[in-house]
Design a protein around this ligand. Structure first.
Ligand code: KG4
Ligand code: ZN
Length: 341
């Protein structure tokens, strides 16, 4: 029998310093998350250099807090997993350097984890995990992708965004409406008091075959709608937010339905920050002829738990990082290795 293992997961790819401990038998046994939202808010988006510096400030105290709160000693760690990409290079390097060095000092293996694979695997941490193969809708601040997950590490790209990611579109629309950053949750909150059907926004690329996305046209449409209705009342803002959210949700729904039809797969997993959107969750759950799985909202946005879990799966399969530290700002998920290889 393989002994139980404890993996420390470290996430620093963007504006969240997230750490967690995953126990191979007990599941998640501790989590800490520090969000830099307040630091970047006045700039209307993430400032990469500020993000790196703040990760440096927080990473050691947060690791100590996590270990203390979980009652786990450093010597009990069996491996350290860190996000190796994709993400902001400077931010990635902080977690990678710290994680690789800690693993070396403790004499345990290190694992460089793919951030989007970790998002994709996060729903497997839930009480009724999906079984593979499944179609995955990955929707975050930097990615909008439909993947066919044959197995862990074996991913086939079905379609992705040609321009902005869905989360990025939320963030930009929120900025235009002066709702602040991060945009997704702000748009969702404003949309709740929106008047249905007052505005109708386009559903980009749904009128032609294929599984590609494009969200940059929605941005222009939002800008034009705002310009045509200036000065905006609070109700106008809510109505634009409502129409925008509905257009994104509808577009994602249409493409997911198409991906399921095309592959014949009956399980859909949604992951990444935008998967925290409750309208999107409801719509896919209600209207897709498939079992729809998603992680709890806190595990949809960036966190250390998904990194610890993805690392644990690869550790169990015998994978290890060499001593050099490699991070990648861009990293296609289709280049990953399966667990058996
Ligand atoms: O996965 P994530 O935390 O970070 C990246 O890997 O990018 O995703 C962040 C994105 C942001 O664009 C944010 O606006 C969006 O996810 N987001 C949401 C919601 N919560 C976060 N978008 C729509 N509705 C939400 N409730
Ligand atoms: Zn993410």
């Amino acid at each position: 029998m393989i002994a139980a293992m404890i993996v420390l997961g470290i996430e620093t790819s963007c504006d969240e310093t997230g750490l967690a401990l995953y126990h191979s038998e007990r599941g998640l046994i501790g989590q800490v998350l520090y969000s830099q939202v307040a630091l970047h808010a006045s700039y209307g988006g993430v400032v990469p250099e500020l993000a790196s510096r703040d990760h440096i400030r927080k990473i050691i105290p947060l690791t100590e807090k996590l270990l203390t709160e979980s009652g786990i000693g450093r010597d009990q760690l069996d491996a350290v997993a860190y996000t190796a990409g994709p993400g902001l290079m400077g931010a990635l390097l902080v977690g990678a350097t710290f994680g690789r060095t800690l693993a070396w000092a403790l004499g345990v293996p290190a694992l460089g984890v793919h951030h989007m694979e970790a998002h994709l695997l996060a729903p497997l941490l839930g009480a009724s995990p999906p079984s593979l193969p499944f179609v995955a809708l990955l929707v975050s601040g930097g990615h909008t992708q439909l993947m066919l997950a044959h197995d862990v590490g074996q991913y086939e790209m079905l379609g992705e965004s040609r321009d902005d990611a869905a989360g990025e579109a939320f963030d930009k629309a929120a900025k235009m409406l002066d709702l602040g950053y991060p945009g997704g949750p702000r748009i969702a909150a404003a949309a709740q008091s929106g008047t249905p059907k007052r505005f109708r926004f386009p559903r980009p690329m749904t009128d032609r075959p294929g599984l590609e996305f494009s969200f940059s046209g929605l941005k222009t449409f939002t800008l034009n709608t705002i310009a045509a209705n200036r000065p905006l009342s609070e109700q106008d803002v809510a109505d634009v937010a409502h129409a925008f959210e509905e257009a994104v949700v509808d577009t994602l729904f249409i493409k997911c339905r198409r991906a399921l039809q095309q592959t014949g797969v009956r399980t859909l997993v949604m992951a990444g920050g935008v998967a925290a959107n409750s309208k999107l969750r409801e719509r896919l759950q209600k209207d897709l002829d498939a079992a729809v799985h998603y992680a709890e909202p806190a595990l949809c946005t960036d966190n250390g738990a998904m990194i610890a879990y993805a690392g644990a799966l690869r550790l169990e399969a015998g994978q290890r990082e060499a001593l050099h530290i490699e991070t990648r700002a861009r990293w296609p998920m289709t280049e990953l290795q399966g667990l058996a290889s």
